[in-house]
Design a protein around this ligand. Structure first.
Ligand SMILES: Cc1cc2nc3c(=O)[nH]c(=O)nc-3n(C[C@H](O)[C@H](O)[C@H](O)COP(=O)(O)OP(=O)(O)OC[C@H]3O[C@@H](n4cnc5c(N)ncnc54)[C@H](O)[C@@H]3O)c2cc1C
Ligand SMILES: NC(=O)c1ccc[n+]([C@@H]2O[C@H](COP(=O)([O-])OP(=O)(O)OC[C@H]3O[C@@H](n4cnc5c(N)ncnc54)[C@H](OP(=O)(O)O)[C@@H]3O)[C@@H](O)[C@H]2O)c1
Length: 505
């Protein structure tokens, strides 16, 4: 806590948060919520779970509308979710999510999406930010600026953890919308309160609970085994032999970070691709890991290689411990059901989940989802009936399975996001993605796959609604630029798609 007070919280306490606790929050406690508790308000009462990227966006669209009475519960003492790095948190890797030192990121994190795809559509980064791939402090400041600009702090209850949500009886008869009891623990005082809301919008994130697959023989290994969510700094791997398991962003990013420090880095992925080993003499990439010993791994041909640490970059599972069984939500590794359009509960449309989309322009898909859900709650968009929503949801899911997309990528939107957002936008009456968004997203994806260790050495900027520029930061292009043939790119695309489509566990 003390360490954290020197970081983002201090900033808050001297600025917004202090103002908020003495002013607007007090107002909020005596005002809208009290009014709400007495049952006099005709406003719709909305509970938002979380004040990260999606929760802030939900507040921005709902809380400023006088027809709504909105409160966001946030278990941390600050906004921005995964973009927080509480000062000194590298010393405390396995803090519980109720701790102010809880962290899901690493010190040197930078975005893997260019700035123009890492911002809300209605709020650009300030002019002084010129880097295309911002570091986490810049992203954090961006969320601060957004929060301040739209005056969102008064609507957030920090250090309040939602422990349970339960649907309550349809007071207005069978056709009345379902309301929600939301039980919240004040993490500082320990007080638990339950209030009733008309809608609950879940914005709690899905990169918190690690996916820990069974790795054959790993129990025999006596060295360090950690998940990427516990990784903080590369210096910890000085002169170590490290095995990285996984093939996506965390694996690529952490490999890039530790290569200059580690003695040897071995990257295990299910498909053999030489990306790092061609560039760095201390990296090898393998696809035939079969077993472990106390201090080594074993490959299929019997090769034994010494290792000191294993970093599992195996991703995350969806996890909503606060949903009571009466919510009728099925949560598996990577699917939340039954959600119409990956957003609205088919049986209880007063319950929505924002930000489930994976492998997409996260922030802008989430913004579109919030705008669409606002149109639904405003009554500007009418939902189909429950049976139709269920049928459409199931048909969409089965269509994915038929294409070979594994169940755990049920909310993956790498290619579907364009039509998805266009449909939401058309029905709810807001601007769809401009053509340049797709061009930049696809070019960025290719550049990450081709050279995950140096795609950030490029400037990638939107020029207008159609065009963007991508050029090496080093004007000669020689030091930073790598030459990737069309053939290599096609091979990478094929392997990536094969990985996405054919692996079921
Ligand atoms: C390491 C990492 C790097 C990433 N990099 C990028 C990137 O470069 N570009 C990009 O577009 N996306 C990136 N992402 C994706 C990222 O998920 C989004 O950028 C985004 O910040 C997620 O926002 P969110 O609101 O969905 O979730 P979160 O940021 O996780 O916020 C959820 C909030 O809900 C709170 N919460 C959870 N449960 C409760 C509860 N029960 N009660 C109260 N509060 C609760 C949490 O404390 C948290 O503050 C990255 C993700 C990770 C993990
Ligand atoms: N800004 C950044 O630089 C940054 C850094 C880190 C993370 N992120 C974001 O954080 C999110 C999570 O990314 P992530 O990379 O942690 O998770 P992820 O995208 O879910 O990737 C998990 C990886 O683990 C592999 N895997 C799973 N089970 C395995 C097993 N049994 N054996 C071998 N490999 C296995 C998967 O392989 P298959 O594909 O073959 O199943 C996949 O390559 C993403 O949105 C990402 O963009 C961003």
């Amino acid at each position: 806590m003390a360490a954290h007070q020197n970081g983002p919280l201090a900033e808050h306490q001297n600025g917004h948060l202090a103002a908020h606790q003495n002013g607007p929050l007090a107002e909020h406690q005596n005002g809208p919520l009290a009014e709400h508790q007495n049952g006099h308000s005709m406003k719709k009462k909305i509970a938002v779970i979380g004040a990260g990227m999606t929760g802030l966006c939900t507040l921005r669209h709902f809380a400023l509308d006088p027809d709504y009475d909105v409160v966001a519960f946030e278990r941390m003492d600050t906004i921005a979710g995964v973009w927080n790095y509480p000062e000194g948190c590298e010393k405390y890797t396995d803090e519980p999510d109720t701790s102010t030192r809880y962290c899901r990121t690493y010190r040197n994190l930078r975005t893997n999406s260019p700035r123009d795809l890492t911002r809300y559509p209605d709020f650009p980064f300030p002019k002084e930010v010129t880097e295309s791939y911002c570091n986490r402090a810049t992203v954090r400041k961006y969320f601060d600026a957004y929060t301040e600009h739209f005056g969102l702090l008064p609507f957030i209850r920090f250090r309040h953890k939602v422990e349970q949500i339960t649907p309550v009886g349809k007071a207005g008869g069978d056709d009345a919308p379902t309301k929600w009891q939301v039980t919240v623990r004040d993490l500082e005082s320990g007080t638990v309160t339950t209030n009733e809301f008309d809608n609950v919008i879940v914005c709690s994130g899905h990169f918190h609970t690690p996916y820990l697959p069974k790795i054959e023989g790993i129990e025999k290994f006596k060295g360090t085994v950690m998940h990427s969510c516990e990784y903080r700094v590369p210096e910890a791997f000085q002169d170590k032999n490290v095995l990285i398991i996984g093939a996506k962003t965390s694996a690529m990013d952490i490999t890039t970070e530790i290569v200059p420090f580690a003695r040897q880095v071995i990257v295990y992925r299910r498909f053999k691709v030489s990306i790092f080993e061609a560039k760095f003499p201390n990296v090898s990439e393998i696809a035939d890991l079969v077993d472990f010993g106390a201090d080594h791994l074993v490959q299929k041909d019997g090769t034994v290689r010494p290792i000191d640490a294993v970093i599992l970059c195996t991703g995350y599972i969806f996890d909503y411990p606060f949903l009571s069984p009466e919510c009728h939500v099925t949560v598996s590794r990577g699917r939340v059901a039954p959600l119409w359009r990956h957003l609205i509960h088919c049986e209880f449309p007063t319950l929505a989940f924002v930000g489930l989309a994976n492998m997409a322009i996260f922030i802008q898909v989430a913004d579109a989802q919030v705008r669409f859900y606002k149109a639904v709650t405003d009554g500007r968009v009418t939902l189909p009936n429950e049976n139709i929503m269920r049928d459409e949801t199931e048909a969409e899911f089965q269509g994915r399975l038929k294409q070979g997309i594994p169940e755990h990528l049920a909310h993956e939107m790498i290619t579907s996001q364009w039509d998805y957002v266009a449909e939401l936008a058309q029905e709810a009456g807001f601007e769809p993605f401009p053509p340049v968004a797709r061009k930049m997203f696809e070019a960025n994806g290719r550049s990450i796959r081709a050279a995950p260790y140096e795609f950030r050495n490029y400037r990638m900027e939107r020029l207008d609604a159609e065009n963007f520029v991508r050029e090496p930061l080093n004007p000669t292009g020689k030091a930073n630029g790598i030459v990737v043939s069309q053939e290599q790119l096609d091979k990478l695309d094929k392997e990536t798609l094969a990985g996405r489509r054919n692996i079921a566990n």
